[in-house]
Design a protein around this ligand. Structure first.
Ligand SMILES: C[S@@+](CC[C@H](N)C(=O)[O-])C[C@H]1O[C@@H](n2cnc3c(N)ncnc32)[C@H](O)[C@@H]1O
Length: 219
């Protein structure tokens, strides 16, 4: 659950749900949503609406700026000769047509092949390569663990996952204000590898203090 949004709602309402009115939500978070029954439901619904607004209307990318986790991945991934590649949170789907056999999914960006998150994505297919570039980054520890677990589940035996993660740096734009950026760090990357029986192939510092790392699924 997004702790920033929950704390804001709790401070405002003092647990009186009637105080969470449409004008208050619009004025505070800049979005409109349907009525909810609990503070937790409000938190998740507002979180999703804030992510949707930011990533569909405001966020822009420059794939060329990344040292390891941008265009350099095109040759790196193609050299693995993958039968199927999943780009989770593909944004503008910039690898489409450049990385072979790629499907881009994203819950908020219209350029995705399928407009879903990894958690919602229903398939029996398994992927030789999964990219999670700046997309498994939002919310608390439990959400991150669930999303990484789902990606491991979608990965073929001996498959490879490439990550770019944020150490918790807030994006500058005011529209990103209510997004909770998970504070990734190296011990957590290693903890996840142990949790999901993954081999860590590489960890590096990428541009803008982002971490780039690579897991392989052990068979
Ligand atoms: C910082 S952008 C990175 C986009 C692209 N991967 C890139 O490297 O340019 C983060 C992307 O993750 C998507 N996203 C947000 N929450 C997500 C989730 N739970 N699952 C998958 N993608 C998500 C956003 O819509 C956005 O397109």
């Amino acid at each position: 659950m997004n702790k920033k949004i929950f704390a804001q709602l709790l401070a405002h309402s003092q647990n009186d749900i009637a105080k969470i009115t449409d004008p208050y939500i619009q004025e505070t978070f800049g979005i409109s949503i349907a009525r909810c029954e609990t503070l937790e439901q409000y938190t998740d619904t507002i979180d999703d609406a804030c992510l949707h607004k930011y990533f569909s209307k405001y966020w822009q990318n420059d794939m060329k700026k990344w040292k390891y986790s941008g265009v350099a991945l095109i040759d790196e991934v193609n050299s693995l000769q993958p039968r199927a590649v999943l780009d989770v949170g593909c944004g503008y789907n910039e690898f489409k047509g450049k990385i072979n056999n790629l499907i881009g999914i994203d819950p908020y960006n219209d350029q995705a092949d399928l407009k879903v998150s990894a958690m919602e994505y229903k398939t029996n297919q398994r992927f030789d390569v999964i990219l999670c570039l700046g997309s498994v980054n939002f919310g608390g520890r439990d959400k991150i663990i669930a999303e990484v677990g789902r990606c491991v589940n979608l990965l073929a035996e001996d498959g490879t996952m490439f990550f770019r993660v944020n150490p918790g740096i807030q994006h500058d734009r005011p529209e990103a204000r209510w997004i909770e950026f998970f504070a990734w760090n190296v011990p957590f990357i290693i903890e996840l590898a142990e949790m999901f029986n993954l081999q860590v192939l590489d960890i590096r510092d990428d541009t803008n203090s982002r971490k780039y790392f690579v897991y392989r699924k052990k068979s």
